[in-house]
Design a binder for this molecule. Sequence first.
Ligand SMILES: Nc1ncnc2c1ncn2[C@@H]1O[C@H](COP(=O)(O)OP(=O)(O)OP(=O)(O)O)[C@@H](O)[C@H]1O
Length: 281
Amino acid sequence: MPDTVTLTEDLLGPAEPAVRPAGRPASLEADAISAWFGDHKVLDRVSLTMPAREVTALIGPSGCGKSTFLRILNRMHELIGSASLAGRVLLDGEDIYDRGRRITHARRQIGMVFQKPNPFPAMSLYDNVLAGLKLNGIKATRRGRDDLVEECLTRAGLWKEVKDRLRQPGGALSGGQQQRLCIARSLAVRPRVLLMDEPCSALDPTSTRRIEETIAELSEEVTIVIVTHNMQQAARVSNTCAFFLAEQGTPGVIVEHGPTDAMFNSPQDPRTSDYVNGRFG
Ligand SMILES: Nc1ncnc2c1ncn2[C@@H]1O[C@H](COP(=O)(O)OP(=O)(O)OP(=O)(O)O)[C@@H](O)[C@H]1O
């Protein structure tokens, strides 16, 4: 294996001696986002500020557009043939949809962890962590790669469990460990925001707790936006919360958002109160 991963430099400029330092967590602001699949409108002028260094939870019943909204935040929505959108997404004030702005730019700064852990099953744990570097054309020295693997696995809460078996395949881990491996893989490209779409829904309670601890540890270093159906989880991990709803075939909107404590203990809208207290959805 060559000592340096050689890939395109146009995204990031020349090779660096080791590994770039972590970026500053960024704020993300959705401004009047509407979304369609064909002529089916699924979100209507949704605006939300997701502050830097905070965990924002997106909650609401199935089908109200939470995942669509999340995918719009890092330009994944446009990968679907029939999909379209209106509005702006500002990453520290700059619209990621500005003409001339590369899709890869948004993807690298705004990482995503999915509902089902999706490591490369036959690839080693070590190479799984670094997979995003190769895809994004990021160069690192051998030493830099070793340091990055250790750092990201540590930040994802997995290092102690796997440090002696980094050459084993990703598929050999438990579901919870695989999800933490996917978090480590996302962290390796130094995202400033991490989007998580129901990251614990395929996991047992112990693994879920471990991921929640990881979220708490990461929130100082990266802005987190998480979709969850689990109200206790939203209450445990988030600072702010947004309640989405699509009533009777209308497009999804945010009914209410604000500090998580207030959303759970003194919601302003009766529909929020009903939802967080499990009366529907
Ligand atoms: N690829 C797609 N093609 C067509 N329609 C879609 C597609 N993905 C989602 N939709 C529709 O968009 C609406 C919003 O779906 P979305 O998955 O964003 O909701 P959600 O709130 O995340 O739901 P859940 O909590 O069940 O994951 C739904 O009516 C859904 O059927």
